[in-house]
Design a protein. Structure first.
Length: 525
């Protein structure tokens, strides 16, 4: 069954995590203090200055079910104890978990309070499976060995992959089984919604589709870099855009999308429309802790694979109320993962985990104390995912990362001791970081990736209301980047074609959270 149908707004379920929106709280605080709100020229107070064709993207579709529905509480169908799990921290409970995952049919697997020792990857390759504990302090999944020991060498477990940047002990793995519906037969501009197609009769209102664009000559890669820089030549001939949208209406050979295009559509990019039909949906992890041994971090690209969670080509999934302890990497959103929500995520590590310096990569700063590689990584066409209410209590080399054509992802209401917004090249574009407490702010713009993969970021990366202990200066990278309400003593530098550095006081910036404001404008709530 394909659940990608028209998303009608539904009332939020009442639960103990429901709270005021940041905009409501912000308005109350401003009124109490007598402070005057400050607005951005890109948005205004309520979006009156915004245009879908302008430099500020629309981020309102991020998250579970494109932000239009609350995450469901699926009924419990199976208890892992019924399959032999002991949960005493000594017995190996791997087989019980594998049997429970195999047996469940669209529902939650209850993991009662206890400490469960697991020594193999737990793979989920079907829809509707939720791993549910009884709280981060009550249910602990303990993985005593790295993936390199339990699942094969990190340098060869898959072509071009490594445990340094892929794989997780909780691994949700899908693919899109949708078929090609037709081709786009006329050009369109970024911000448009109308497409002319060859087989409109195969499409219907409410249907979710994917618009695929292929870079035939390097011009698409350049377009993803705001038509200001070239991408890596190695990616010529590849699909570089995978844009998902519901169809609003069909009329003759024309379809109207529900959301504006993120890019131009040119015929030399061989634009094609495909049905969106992901095989793994409605899956999640909730209310538990994932823990690894307190061993010294091995160093950059020498990680053995103490990795927590991986979503591969998953849609409409979630991770909520989860604590991750002593990880090499925390959460991977990879390979066309779309419309997933990560919420209430907390990273912790013991002092024995820390190392000074990054390891064998001599060109990196030597004095930083770090404990892991990637905290949260969105890459490989990861699209419209929401990461909110997250906290990192130790440094990763890359705390929050976007890479490889990831687009529309939102990092909201996060905090860390010294966050960095890693941009890892291969045209991550139009991602948002909003209402962030970055801590020290000593390495906010530090980026990674191989220089052969092009500039650090693509077009219109957006940073909105970012606080830090240190005042920030504009980064050396960015193509039509939007920087609004970032902690700084620098004056505004508002470039029409370059980076937009708008020195608004973050304490007075309204809206405080751009994602929530855009979502509220779209849905009316």
């Amino acid at each position: 069954m394909n659940i990608f149908k028209a998303l009608e707004p539904r009332p939020r379920n009442s639960n103990k995590f429901r709270k005021f929106t940041s905009g409501t709280v912000f308005a109350i605080l401003l009124a109490a203090s007598g402070a005057r709100a400050e607005e951005s020229k890109l948005w205004g107070r309520d979006g009156e200055s915004w245009s879908p064709a302008g430099r500020l993207p629309d981020f309102s579709y991020a998250g579970y079910r494109a932000g239009a529905r609350a995450i469901p509480d699926l009924p419990v169908k199976i208890n892992v104890r019924d399959f032999g799990a002991v949960g005493d921290g000594l017995a190996d409970d791997t087989t019980a978990f594998l049997r429970a995952i195999e047996a469940v049919r669209e529902g939650a697997i209850l993991i009662p309070r206890g400490r469960y020792r697991i020594t193999a990857m737990l793979r989920v390759r079907k829809r509707g499976v939720v791993l549910r504990g009884e709280g981060e302090d009550q249910t602990v999944l303990f993985f005593p060995k790295p993936l390199a020991q339990t699942a094969g060498s990190g340098k060869a477990h898959a072509p071009g992959e490594s445990w340094s940047w892929s794989g997780g002990y909780l691994s949700f793995e899908g693919w899109d089984v949708g078929s090609k519906l037709g081709e786009v037969t006329s050009s369109a501009r970024r911000g448009d919604k109308l497409l002319t197609v060859s087989e409109a009769g195969a499409m219907m209102p409410g249907q979710w589709i994917r618009l695929l664009l292929t870079d035939t000559d390097g011009s698409l890669a350049r377009h993803l870099h705001a038509d200001q820089a070239d991408g890596a030549k190695a990616y010529h001939g590849r699909n570089l855009v995978d844009f998902a949208s519901p169809i609003e209406s069909v009329d003759g050979d024309k379809i109207v999308l529900a959301r504006p295009l993120r890019t131009d559509v040119r015929l030399n990019w061989r634009p094609a429309v495909w049905a969106m039909d992901p095989s793994v949906q409605e899956v999640g992890v909730e209310s538990l802790a994932i823990e690894f041994p307190e061993q010294k971090y091995a160093g950059h690209h020498d990680e053995p694979g103490y990795n927590a969670v991986s979503f591969e080509a998953v849609s409409n999934g979630w991770l909520r109320r989860v604590r991750i302890v002593n990880a090499d990497s925390g959460v991977f959103l990879r390979n066309r993962t779309k419309f997933c929500t990560v919420q209430f995520l907390h990273f912790l590590a013991g002092p024995g985990r820390m190392r000074t310096g990054y390891g064998r990569d001599k060109g990196e700063p030597a004095a930083e104390v770090v404990g892991g590689h990637h905290g949260i990584l969105a890459e490989g066409f990861a699209q419209d995912n929401l990461v909110s209410d997250f906290q990192l209590d130790y440094r990763f080399i890359h705390d929050t990362s976007v890479s490889a054509w990831s687009v529309g992802n939102v990092f909201s209401r996060g905090r860390g001791i010294d966050l960095n917004f890693d941009h890892h090249r291969r045209a991550p574009h139009e991602n948002l970081f909003t209402q962030i407490e970055a801590g020290q702010g000593a390495r906010l713009w530090q980026r990674g990736g191989d220089e052969s993969d092009g500039p650090p970021s693509g077009a219109r990366e957006t940073f909105w209301n970012v606080r830090a202990q240190r005042h920030q200066v504009p980064p050396s990278w960015g193509l039509q980047g939007n920087f609004v309400g970032v902690a700084t003593q620098e004056p505004s530098r508002l470039s029409a074609d370059g980076n937009w550095w708008e020195a608004v006081d973050s304490a007075r910036l309204t809206p405080a959270n751009l994602y929530e404001a855009q979502r509220r404008n779209r849905l009316g709530r």
